[in-house]
Design a protein around this ligand. Sequence first.
Ligand code: CTP
Length: 401
Amino acid sequence: MLSGKKVLLGITGGIAAYKTTFLVRLLIKAGADVKVILTESASSFVSPLTLATLSKNPVLSSFVKEENGETDWNNHVALGLWADIMVVAPATANTLSKMANGTCDNLLLATYLSAKCPVFFAPAMDLDMYKHPSTKLSFEKLNSFGNIMIPVTSGELASGLHGEGRMAEPEDILKFVTAYLSEGLPLSGKTALITAGPTYEAIDPVRFIGNHSSGMMGYELAKSAANLGAVVILISGPSSLNINHENINLIRVVSADEMYEAAHKYYDEVDIAIAAAAVADYKPKTVADQKIKKASADLSLALVKNKDILFSLGEKKKNQFLVGFALETENEIENAIEKLKKKNLDAIVLNSLNDDGAGFGKATNKITFIDKNSSIKTFELKTKAAVAVDILSEIINRIDA
Ligand code: CTP
């Protein structure tokens, strides 16, 4: 896959930089044409001469170069356009933050901003730096730009501490990039519809019936699906969350009726539909035109059932892979399977209220994935981002089967 491919390797200043000598060797052995850009601090960890010898190309470090007594410049625009792929490894927290924010104070960053090719980055840092919210924000931003993260590994770190943050081994970086080039992303060419968040059902012009759903699970599903190559239609009820990804079309709605309309508008053209929204089961029978005054000692509101969006999608289903959520407190598996059948789903994600750390407003979730053949898989408590990846892997395994 790499034969004849032009690979731009950006090396930044972390101890894992020494491993890039092996990465360059592997890339060259695979037939790639490799150019290396080294940041100033990276040259303290790995020698330009070693990299130039292995890559068979001069190593580039600054905008200006001196050659045969002449002053010239390393053209970052030309370099960015030259590359078929760019790999930043190791990618330090500092460089990732700069990439995420458009900072452009060295040749590597200027080339990154000029590159039109897929950009991979292999983070390397100590465990607390890796876990820091600002680092996570950099990852999120870079993912939303379409850059591809090569996951870190866990183990002993240069600090002597143990944990997540080690750069992937050169062999694994090569495997990751090769798999990407040979297969594309697993959801490339697919469209996914995802509902998320609560719905608000108006009582009068200023009041509504709603619930505490934050929308986080649906938004994480949308992000993961987009990062896996899908075009995503995210239909969200009122949520404070936002999303900025070129493959995600965010449609904001307020009520269950609006969510129903939006879901049906797009449903026919999608390959996957996931109903992660916490749709209000009932709405007021009538909506008062004017604000209701507190005239009497008590007040009764007549409610009517909302349309079950997921049920209606199940009725209309053709080739879509349809996934629902269930929140159960007793006979969890049996009730979830019953729901799956009743709504004609291909799979259902069971959230249990009996699990600490799972549910509304929490950043974590614990799920059981059940498919229509009653295959049941229970996962550990994880962040909602990691849960989204698990759900999508289960879906991908089934749509390819
Ligand atoms: N759902 C929907 N439209 C509704 C109600 C629910 O699309 N009007 C979807 C939700 O997005 C979720 C699933 O259906 O995927 C939940 O099913 P539901 O029957 O509401 O189950 P629970 O919320 O678990 O509640 P209950 O058991 O009380 O019915």
